[in-house]
Design a protein around this ligand. Structure first.
Ligand code: PSU
Ligand code: MN
Length: 303
C-alpha cells in the first residue's frame, strides 16, 4: 500500500469487535499548550475515554506511518516536539508520511484518518473555523470542510472564540453540518459557555446524540456532525482575546501558525488561567464522546 497506517492493538481489537472507539487529535498536544503541558491533557483524555468504556485512538504521524492509537512513549515524543512537530491537516498527511516527519494531526487531519480507519467519534477542545478578519485574509480552517465530508461526530466546546464564531456557525450551516448543543441552545464559545449562536438542535443524553448521528448518516452518509459541550467552569476572556488576535496579526503571523500563537498569548495574558479551562474542557469532551460512542455501539448491537 502507498500509505502506511498502523493501528494500535487496543484500537484494532475494539474496531474488530464493534466496540466503541474515540479518536483524539494531537495538534492540541504539541501546539495547543506550552512547555509540554499537552502530555498530561492527552493522558487524562485517554483515561477518561477508557473509564467511559471506549478505546482511545490518539492519532499522529510518526516514523513514516499514520498511527491510530499511540503508545505512551510516542505520545511523549509528540508532546516534547512542541512547535517543531508538523501541524498536519488533511492536505499535509501524505507529505508528512512520505518525508518521515513527526506530525500532529489537527481535527481535519484526524478526521481524514478516522475515515480510513472506520472511526466515527472524535473529541477535541475547540474546532477551527472562520478566522476574524476573513474578508481581508481568507483564513478558514480546513476542519470545517473535512467535517462536512467525513461521517464522524466531533465533540468540542464549540469553536474557539479567537475566531469569528457567528461566521463559523453560518459556514457550518452552509456545509449542512448539524450543530448539536449538549443541554444548551447555543454553541459554546470554548472558554465561555454562553453568548454564542443558536445550535440546530438541543440534545440531552448520549443515547439521543447516538440516534441523531445514526439518522443523519442514513440521510447523509458522507457528512459529519458537531456536538458542542459547554465548559463546566467557563472563564470570560473576551476582553483579552481581541487584543491577542491583533497582536499576533501585527507581528505578521499567518497561516497554520496563527492558532498556536494566539493560544499561547492568551495563556500569557490570562496569567495561565486559560490553561486550566482548556485542559478541563478537552478531558470533559473526551468523556462525552466516549459516552456517545458507547450508546452508539449499544444501539448497533440492539438493532
Ligand atoms: N483546540 C484547542 N487547541 C488546539 C486546537 C484546537 O484547544 O490546538 C487545534 C486543533 O487541532 C484544530 C486546529 O484542528 O487547532 C485548528 O487550526 P487552524 O485554525 O490552523 O485550522
Ligand atoms: Mn488557518
Amino acid at each position: 500500500m502507498s500509505l502506511s497506517v498502523l493501528v494500535h492493538d487496543e484500537v484494532g481489537a475494539a474496531l474488530q469487535d464493534g466496540r466503541p472507539v474515540v479518536a483524539l487529535e494531537t495538534t492540541l498536544v504539541s501546539h495547543g499548550f506550552t512547555g509540554g503541558a499537552g502530555l498530561a491533557v492527552a493522558r487524562e483524555s485517554q483515561d477518561r475515554v477508557r473509564a467511559a468504556g471506549a478505546a482511545p485512538a490518539t492519532i499522529g504521524v510518526l516514523d513514516g506511518a499514520i498511527r491510530v492509537g499511540l503508545s505512551d512513549f510516542d505520545l511523549e515524543r509528540v508532546a516534547e516536539a512542541g512547535l517543531t512537530a508538523r501541524k498536519v491537516g488533511a492536505r499535509d498527511l501524505a507529505a508528512c508520511v512520505v518525508q518521515g516527519a513527526l506530525g500532529s494531526t489537527t481535527v481535519g487531519g484526524t478526521l481524514a484518518v478516522c475515515r480510513i480507519a472506520g472511526i466515527s467519534f472524535l473529541a477535541t477542545g475547540g474546532i477551527g473555523g472562520v478566522h476574524r478578519g476573513f474578508a481581508e485574509i481568507l483564513d478558514i480552517s480546513a476542519d470545517l470542510l473535512q467535517l462536512a465530508r467525513t461521517p464522524a461526530l466531533v465533540v468540542s466546546s464549540g469553536a474557539k472564540s479567537i475566531l469569528d464564531v457567528p461566521a463559523t456557525s453560518e459556514m457550518l450551516e452552509t456545509l449542512a453540518v448539524p450543530v448539536l448543543g449538549w443541554r444548551t441552545p447555543t454553541l459554546p464559545l470554548f472558554y465561555t459557555a454562553t453568548g454564542g449562536p443558536q445550535v440546530s438542535a438541543v440534545v440531552s443524553t448520549g443515547e439521543e446524540v447516538a440516534r441523531v448521528a445514526r439518522a443523519h448518516w442514513a440521510v447523509n452518509p458522507e457528512g459529519g456532525l458537531l456536538l458542542g459541550r459547554p465548559p463546566d467552569e467557563g472563564l470570560d476572556l473576551e476582553y483579552l482575546i481581541a487584543d491577542a488576535v491583533r497582536q499576533v496579526k501585527d507581528a505578521g503571523v499567518t497561516g497554520q501558525a496563527v492558532t498556536p500563537a494566539v493560544l499561547a498569548l492568551i495563556e500569557e495574558l490570562s496569567g495561565g488561567r486559560s490553561v486550566e479551562v482548556n485542559r478541563a474542557l478537552i478531558v470533559g469532551n473526551a468523556g462525552l464522546a466516549a459516552e456517545v460512542a458507547v450508546a452508539y455501539a449499544a444501539g448497533a448491537a440492539g438493532s
